[in-house]
Design a protein around this ligand. Structure first.
Ligand code: ADP
Ligand code: MG
Length: 384
């Protein structure tokens, strides 16, 4: 369904012949620091961004699930909720169907719905459009089927949907960020027990801007590489007799390295130092304000580039050019192999930093990056 210029509510009526019962919004996110720590039981510090997926939904009581997106041409995909099975739904529709399947697996007797998704979260930019989509659908079902699930429970449902139905072995950060973040705050999250703290983050008040530089690069190897990295971390934890790498402190590293095969050493070093960077970021943020995050961001990028090896020439260049142009710090955010770089800069320098990155990209022959300004925004909510 392509609907340029048409309001989604009208599109919904044209598609389904009746009005939606409501609209639920769930945002994308950028992670400030704590990359690839969430599947190691570690710490993360994301913010929700203003861009969101909106789900226009009407409950149906005949077990039929109809799915459409303003981003996808063609008619609605029609599915029978009782027949949903992993591997049985192709393409984008697997994401919303996954949420319905997972709720049913969790013993919630949910049925069908008419769903239209409308989004301004750039897809594949490392800003977590998939979690935003899942969370918008989960929030809609929670209300329309009166499930009374807490935000954290809905995030776990959304993560299971992506893990078990879509087949992406993601951690819990993206779904938790999309469900529970608050405007004006970063989310300090312990992914082991999901305890969370909303940490005030007044960028504008500090004269700062957080640029998001979408490199528009998405490498095909991303999915397989992510799973391999996750498996490597789990293997290392097993060899060290730990339930997760989160249980290793920076001071434990030399002894741990002596017990690990060489290929796992850089993975473990990234995860352990990255968890430490989240703790330090929280401390700096609370004691000295957001400008103090700069060097931690840049150190985090070096760790992704040199140890975890999830960066790529485009994200390396964006981070490097941003810092060279006066940004306080910059790093790739998200799973990697492309996607977006965040750069923290004085607002007075933001345009110069964005221009410098665009100039460096032009010189290197790369596509022009898309530039956004990230403001810490609210998590999932009902809008109508
Ligand atoms: P990210 O979550 O970083 O944006 P993913 O590869 O995890 O990237 O998820 C992107 C996928 O999510 C798309 O390929 C598509 O299948 C689905 N998706 C995201 N937004 C929409 C949308 N508005 N309409 C339809 N599908 C979407
Ligand atoms: Mg995703």
């Amino acid at each position: 369904m392509t609907t340029t210029g048409t309001a989604p509510a009208s599109t919904f009526e044209e598609l389904y012949g009746h009005a939606p019962e409501g609209v639920w919004a769930a945002p994308g996110r950028v992670n400030l620091i704590g990359e690839h720590t969430d599947y190691n039981d570690g710490f993360v510090l994301p913010i929700a961004i203003p861009q969101a997926v909106r789900a226009y939904v009407r409950r149906r009581d005949d077990g039929v699930l109809r799915l459409a997106s303003t981003r996808v041409p063609g008619p609605a995909v029609e599915l029978d909720v009782a027949g949903l099975a992993p591997g049985g739904v192709a393409g984008w529709a697997a994401y919303p169907a996954a949420v319905v399947w997972t709720l049913r697996r969790a013993g919630r007797g949910v049925g069908g719905a008419d769903v239209l998704l409308d989004s301004d979260v750039p897809g594949g930019a490392g800003l977590s459009s998939s979690a935003a989509l899942e969370c918008a659908v989960a929030a809609a079902y929670n209300d329309l089927y009166e499930l009374k699930l807490e935000a954290g429970e809905l995030a776990l449902i959304a993560q299971r949907a992506e893990n078990e139905f879509v087949g992406v072995p993601c951690g819990i950060m993206d779904q938790m960020a999309s469900m529970v973040c608050r405007a004006g705050a970063a989310l300090y999250l312990d992914t082991r027990d999901l305890s969370a703290r909303h940490v005030p983050l007044d960028l504008a008040g500090a004269g700062l801007t957080l640029l998001v530089l979408d490199t528009r690069v998405q490498h095909d190897l991303a999915d397989g590489a992510y799973a391999a990295l996750r498996a490597g971390c789990e293997r290392a934890a097993g060899l060290l007799g730990l339930s997760a790498l989160r249980d290793l402190a920076p001071a434990d590293l030399p002894a741990a390295f002596a017990r690990l095969p060489a290929e796992l050493v850089p993975l473990v070093r990234h995860v352990v130092t990255e968890n430490d960077r989240v703790e330090r970021a929280l401390d700096e943020l609370e004691r000295h304000g957001p400008a103090a995050l700069g060097p931690i961001l840049t150190a985090g990028h070096a760790s992704l580039r040199d140890d975890y090896r999830t960066s790529c020439p485009e994200t390396d260049l964006a981070a490097e050019a941003a810092v060279a142009a006066g940004a306080l710090g910059a790093r790739m955010t998200g799973g990697g192999f492309g996607g977006s770089v965040i750069a923290l800069t004085e607002t007075a320098k933001a345009q110069a930093v964005a221009d410098a990155v665009a100039g460096a990209f032009a010189k290197a022959g790369y596509a022009e990056p898309h530039v956004y300004r990230a403001v810490p925004s609210a998590g999932a909510r009902r809008e109508a």
